[in-house]
Ligand binder design. Structure first.
Ligand code: ADP
Ligand code: MG
Length: 337
């Protein structure tokens, strides 16, 4: 008898889910990114019990055509890319077609959507279709995820204390709000509002909401560009520092990424103005030709490979260095000698 066989679709989805959905915050990230890709102007996130009981994301975006709804839950099914050319020019946050089937294989999911007319509602639990029916709904999509990891006990065990998981959710929502100041975000936990952004397109206003007004007052605007990259954003004056790199957000073509080299380039912009072990608060937006960046490095898409990275690092460092030099707010100790 043959020993090699194909995995069932549900098992394959659960394996993929292991990579994409590490914790409740990953669900929030994937759902909100879908809302952003659907041109939403308002995204409301409701969480209960740090996301293990309920995660719900409601948007006012484009919605999904009724007949497409089951397809959205198929593995590797996406509306965002078609061919190889598109893969090298990603303009959306999603493109792998993995999030919805992954989430639906390890939780109880209800998606309700409308493109303007009559809507559709689908309920899938543990990868199995429960119901699908027409639904009355305003334009947009709402996804409700209940009982995350109910059928993956190992994952449940690996999760940290509820407060830690909630902090991760808040962190990712904050970064998404910082990435998209023109979208209004709200986050509610057990009925209590944890954050809200106005969606007026003012980055400094979002920074002020996330890090506090007094901190926002100690941040300055930076702008720089060369032939390949444009860099804009806000960085803290050297007086405002933190003990970790956590308060640095790097957004590459609208995607929050983690990148050690670019973080280093930001810190280097401070020259010798920072004490050892201290880091600035910064939100840096980098715009570049999508051809120059490979986002298909890791399932969570937070790691990227950048072409001409040394040139970009230099531009970032120079932009911040020059801006802080022109600020000249810190009197040089030698001045009074
Ligand atoms: P991907 O985002 O990589 O395409 P997903 O599994 O996250 O894959 O979503 C599958 C598809 O479902 C998307 O390509 C999109 O067409 C549709 N979709 C998911 N969420 C939304 C949403 N909030 N609004 C509109 N369409 C959505
Ligand atoms: Mg997606």
């Amino acid at each position: 008898m043959a020993k090699i066989h194909e995995l069932s679709a549900i098992l394959a989805d659960q394996i993929a889910a292991g990579e994409v959905i590490e914790r409740p915050a990953s669900v929030v990230k994937e759902l909100v990114e879908n809302s952003i890709d659907a041109n939403s102007t308002e995204i409301d996130i409701r969480i209960e019990e740090a996301g293990l009981k309920l995660i719900s994301v409601i948007d006012d975006g484009d919605g999904i055509d009724r007949e497409d709804v089951p397809m959205a839950f198929e593995r590797h099914a996406t509306s965002k890319i078609i061919d190889r050319q598109d893969l090298f020019r990603i303009h959306s946050l999603g493109f792998r077609g993995e999030a919805l089937p992954s989430i639906a294989s390890i939780a109880d999911v209800t998606l309700s959507t409308s493109t303007g007319g009559e809507g559709e509602e689908i309920h899938i639990s543990g990868g199995k279709l429960v119901t699908e029916k027409p639904a009355i709904s305003r334009k947009g999509t709402s996804v409700t995820v209940k009982d995350l990891f109910y059928n993956v006990p190992a994952r449940l065990k690996y999760l940290k204390a509820p407060n830690t998981e909630l902090a991760r959710i808040t962190d990712i929502v904050n970064r998404l709000a910082l990435s998209y100041p023109q979208i209004s975000f709200s986050l509610t936990h057990n009925g209590r509002e944890l954050m809200r952004s106005a969606g007026r397109g003012d980055l400094l206003q979002v920074i002020s909401g996330v890090y506090g007004i007094s901190n926002a007052r100690e941040m300055v605007k930076v702008e720089g560009q060369d032939d390949d990259f444009s860099v804009t954003g806000y960085v803290s004056l050297p007086e405002l520092t933190r003990a970790s790199r956590q308060y640095i957000s790097i957004l590459l073509n609208g995607r929050y990424v983690r990148n050690f080299q670019l973080t280093k380039a930001i810190v280097n912009g401070y020259g010798s103005k920072l004490m050892v072990g201290r880091f600035p608060v910064a939100v840096i937006n980098i715009q570049m030709d999508a051809l120059l960046v490979d986002v298909n490095v890791h399932p969570t898409k937070q790691e990227v490979r950048i072409n001409k990275e040394p040139e970009l690092m230099e531009l970032i460092t120079k932009t911040i260095y020059n801006r802080l030099a022109s600020e000249n707010l810190i009197p040089d100790a030698t001045e009074n000698l």
